[in-house]
Design a protein around this ligand. Structure first.
Ligand code: FAD
Length: 440
């Protein structure tokens, strides 16, 4: 009981620290804007003996997009630095809702948040260059773009390429384009709707949520979840593992543990597991683990890649290669010791990387550090369309709350608002013209 009280007190302290950080950053951004108010309408050129330098950010999801925003809020608009964001997706892909929108129709568009609004009103918004492209190779002082072939020089680089490369629905969209992405989501919805026996492979969050949602929407279908470990949600505490299993079984999902699917092909509607066990299957969805997108950096600095394929970093989030002090990595691609990386840990790391770059451009040493903290790993897991559980675990003690889901689209509206976009208005730019900020 005493441990639970301590855990609860830790949570309150954590919430207060987050709000305090948000408040102080918002005040600081306003002050910076006020300080440079006379210069906001002009586009300053760097001093004659200075060159404009780029801070390049690769990837604009929870880590990269947030880092770009923080830099745009704090860099003085004196024209010395430009923030160049390279991202192939037409819209911010809101991963949290993907398993749900693979099952429930009519909300697909909400998974694609228009980019750009996040910079509105920031002191250096004019110095953000948005490039819809992908980085094809990374050098010590420049990156090369896949589509245009442009070589973009950098003074500072943030690698925020995440862990979704090559992954498909329900974990990632599997397309760089909103129109195609919504089509893919509808395709999965209709395959699920027409199947009688659905097999979900992988008992992590995406697999559990998808299996539970599918059974909740279609109680008459046979839904089987196959997981290679002895417990679903095996990376989390016992309380969550039990709650997830109970939630699935209460809905009527058949859970097969300690089994793998060796071959994704079904034969006459039958899937064969590693043990030889046969499972009837009209449609299979793969929700197994994702790989960090560290391949480009591996070519530049092979010894900095961990055994798990992540980029090893220092506590300052500079990559763990002393010859590349201006290169940072954050989010899912970085090896930070975070046990269950998520959007919260990605944005916290983005703050550290951005804050250190702000110091570095002032000629100061990076001194902000990222330390994994248990409360970053709080998870809300849906168990069907109306129920979810929230789980806290500090490594020793766990707390679990059951909650009622209010909206079928989860937190989509809040995510849009948090990114400055009006839910769910998408006056997005025509294809190919994603230079949403000033081309300078
Ligand atoms: C199905 C699902 C549900 C989830 N639900 C939750 C949840 O409820 N709560 C939570 O906190 N977390 C959740 N997560 C985890 C969360 O989505 C990730 O931790 C988070 O997205 C990590 O953010 P990131 O910016 O590091 O990387 P990613 O989100 O992986 O994004 C990487 C970005 O980099 C871009 N990129 C990659 N390679 C290149 C390149 N070569 N050039 C340019 N750009 C590139 C990609 O296009 C992408 O936009 C969920 C994840 C999944 C898959």
């Amino acid at each position: 009981m005493f441990e639970k009280k301590i855990l609860f007190a830790g949570l309150i302290a954590y919430a207060v620290s987050i709000y305090w950080d948000m408040l102080s950053r918002s005040l600081s951004a306003r002050l910076t804007r006020f300080r440079y108010r006379k210069h906001l309408n002009e586009l300053a050129k760097p001093h004659a003996d200075e060159q404009q330098r780029n801070i390049v950010i690769i990837g604009a999801a929870f880590a990269g997009y947030h880092a770009a925003r923080l830099l745009a809020a704090s860099l003085p608009p004196d024209g010395r630095y430009k923030i160049v964001v390279v991202e192939p997706n037409s819209h911010f892909n809101f991963t949290w809702v993907l398993p749900r929108f693979c099952v429930v129709e009519g909300h697909e568009h909400k998974a694609f948040i228009p980019y750009g609004h996040y910079f509105k009103g920031l002191v250096s918004e004019k110095y953000v260059r948005w490039v819809r492209d992908s980085v094809a190779s990374m050098g010590r002082s420049s990156v090369r773009l896949r589509d245009s072939g442009e070589e973009v020089p950098y003074e500072y680089l943030i690698i925020a390429t995440g862990s979704g490369q090559g992954a498909q629905l329900p974990s990632r969209v599997g397309s760089e384009d909103k129109a195609e992405g919504t089509k893919l989501l509808r395709g999965v919805q209709s395959r699920i709707a027409s199947a009688k026996k659905v097999v979900v492979v992988g008992g992590g969050a995406a697999g559990v949520e998808l299996a539970a949602d599918t059974k909740a929407k279609y109680p008459e279908k046979t839904i089987v979840l196959v997981h290679s470990r002895q417990a679903v949600m095996h990376r989390f505490g016992k309380e969550l593992q039990e709650a997830a299993l109970n939630g699935l079984e209460e809905l009527g999902v058949e859970v097969i543990l300690g089994e793998r699917v060796m071959d994704e092909e079904t034969e006459n509607g039958v899937l064969t597991l590693a043990s030889g066990r046969k499972v009837d299957c009209d449609y299979m969805l793969n929700c197994t683990g994702q790989q960090p997108a560290s391949g480009l950096f591996a070519e530049l600095s092979p010894n900095t890649i961990s055994e798990t394929g992540h980029i090893r970093v220092k506590p300052t989030l500079q990559v763990a290669d002393d010859s590349l002090p201006n290169v940072y990595a954050c989010g899912d691609v970085a090896h930070t010791g975070t046990q269950n990386p998520n959007a919260r840990s990605a944005t916290k790391q983005a703050m550290v990387a951005a804050d250190n770059i702000i110091l570095a451009v002032q000629g100061k040493q990076p001194r902000h550090v990222y330390k994994p903290y248990w409360a970053d790993g709080i998870i809300q897991l849906t168990l069907g369309l109306v129920k979810s559980v929230i789980h806290y675990h500090d490594g020793k003690t766990g707390l679990l709350f059951t909650t009622k889901e209010e909206g079928v689209d989860l937190m989509a509206e809040r995510a849009w608002t948090n990114m400055g976009a009006e839910p769910f208005v998408d006056g997005s730019e025509p294809e190919g013209s994603m230079d949403i900020m000033l081309k300078n």
